[in-house]
Write a protein that binds this ligand. Structure first.
Ligand code: GDP
Ligand code: ZN
Length: 342
C-alpha cells in the first residue's frame, strides 16, 4: 500500500516538473516569437551553422550584404536540435539574429550523449577521411570499424595513409598489402605526409567542394594534417588531450572551417572518435560492402554464416573472393557488438 502511494506521489512530482519545464520553454518561445513578429528583423536568408553553443549558434550568412560574415543567432525553440553543418534560414536582428527554420539534412553523424541517447553532433558531412599512419602500426580491424560506421551513416569514406616519409624496407610491404585489400573492394586510398608535404595537393583536390571530417586513432597525425591544410588554426600537435581518453564524454562543440583551397572541415575531439554506437548485430553486414550482396545468396534465409551448409559467404572466403582478414574482422566486430548488447 505504502509503496503504491509513494509511486503516485512520485508520478505527480514528475508531472509537475514536466509542466514547469514546458511552461519555461513556451515562455522562451513566446519571447522569440514576439521578436519575430516585430518588424525589426530583416528578411529571411540562407545560412550555415558554423558552431553551436547551448542556446545560441554562430551562423555564416550564405547570401545578402553580410555574406561570409558570422552572426551569433538565437533560435526558435521548435526547430529541434541544430548542429554544426546545418543549413538554416535566419533573420537579422539588432544585436543578433534568429534562426527560423532548419533545412533537411543530407547526412548526420550521431553519438550517444551522457544518458546514452543517440544525438546528432554534425550534419551534412559528405566525406569521412579515415586516417592511419605508417606509425603507430595500422590495424585493419580498426579501419574496418571506421568503414562500418561510415557505410552505415551513408557517408563516403576514403582511407588516408599519413607519415609516408616513415615508409622503409621493413614496413612497406605489409602496409601496401593491407592497403591493396581495400583498393580491391573499391575503397580509395590516399597517401600523404604532413611533414614532407607529399600527397597534400591530391588530398586538397579530394577535399574540394565537400564537407569532410578526419577520424582515426590518436597519434596518426590528424592535427598535423589539419594544420597543414588550414594554415593559422594551429591545433596542438602530439598532445593527448584528456578529452580524447576513453570513457570520457566530450563536450567540446564541433566547428566548421573553410579550407583556403575549397571544401570545408568539421572538427571536434568527439567527431575524431566517431565510432560504432548502438549498432544492431544484424546491421553489421551492411557495413561490409563486399559481404552484403552475398548475404542474400545463402541456402537458408536465416543463415548465421557459421556452420550452415550452402553458406555463400563461407564459400566466398574459401575460394578467396573475400579476404580472410575482412571476414575475421566482420566476425570480430559482430562478436564485440553482441557482447556489448548482452
Ligand atoms: P593526432 O593525434 O592524430 O592529431 O596526431 P598529431 O598530429 O598530434 O601527430 C602525432 C605525432 O606524429 C606528432 O609527434 C607529429 O609530429 C607526428 N607526425 C604527424 N604527421 C607526420 C608525418 O607526416 N610524418 C612524421 N614522420 N611524423 C608525423
Ligand atoms: Zn551464410
Amino acid at each position: 500500500m505504502a509503496k503504491r502511494k509513494l509511486t503516485r506521489r512520485q508520478n505527480w512530482r514528475i508531472q509537475k516538473i514536466q509542466e514547469e519545464r514546458a511552461a519555461r520553454a513556451s515562455k522562451k518561445d513566446a519571447a522569440i516569437d514576439e521578436q519575430l513578429e516585430n518588424s525589426d528583423l530583416g528578411p529571411e536568408q540562407h545560412g550555415l551553422i558554423i558552431s553551436h553553443f547551448g542556446r545560441t549558434v554562430d551562423v555564416e550568412a550564405n547570401e545578402g550584404e553580410r555574406q561570409g560574415e558570422i552572426i551569433r543567432c538565437h533560435m526558435r525553440t521548435n526547430l529541434g536540435q541544430l548542429v554544426t553543418g546545418d543549413q538554416v534560414i535566419w533573420r537579422e536582428g539588432k544585436d543578433s539574429g534568429v534562426v527560423v527554420a532548419k533545412l533537411e539534412r543530407k547526412s548526420e553523424l550521431l553519438r550517444p550523449n551522457p544518458y546514452g541517447d543517440m544525438k546528432p553532433v554534425a550534419a551534412n558531412i559528405d566525406f569521412i577521411v579515415i586516417t592511419v599512419a605508417v606509425e603507430p602500426t595500422p590495424h585493419a580491424n580498426l579501419i574496418d570499424r571506421y568503414l562500418v560506421a561510415a557505410e552505415l551513416s551513408g557517408i563516403e569514406p576514403v582511407i588516408l595513409l599519413n607519415k609516408t616519409d616513415l615508409l622503409n624496407q621493413e614496413n612497406r610491404e605489409k602496409i601496401e598489402a593491407m592497403l591493396q585489400r581495400y583498393r580491391d573492394i573499391g575503397y580509395e586510398v590516399l597517401l600523404a605526409s604532413s611533414s614532407s608535404d607529399e600527397g597534400l595537393s591530391d588530398l586538397k583536390t579530394k577535399l574540394d567542394q565537400r564537407i569532410s571530417v578526419f577520424v582515426g586513432q590518436s597519434g596518426v597525425g590528424k592535427s598535423s594534417l589539419i594544420n597543414a591544410l588550414l594554415p593559422g588554426i594551429e591545433l596542438k600537435v602530439g598532445a593527448l588531450s584528456s578529452q580524447t581518453r576513453k570513457g570520457r564524454h566530450t563536450t567540446t562543440t564541433a566547428r566548421l572551417f573553410h579550407f583556403p583551397e575549397g571544401g570545408d572541415l568539421i572538427d571536434s575531439p568527439g567527431i575524431r572518435e566517431f565510432g560504432l554506437w548502438h549498432i544492431e548485430p544484424n546491421d553489421v553486414i551492411d557495413g561490409f560492402r563486399e559481404l552484403q550482396p552475398l548475404s542474400g545468396l545463402c541456402r537458408f534465409r536465416d543463415c548465421n554464416h557459421e556452420k550452415e551448409p550452402g553458406c555463400a559467404l563461407k564459400s566466398a572466403v574459401e575460394d578467396g573472393t573475400i579476404s580472410e582478414q575482412r571476414w575475421n574482422s566482420y566476425k570480430h566486430i559482430l562478436c564485440s557488438i553482441e557482447e556489448q548488447n548482452s
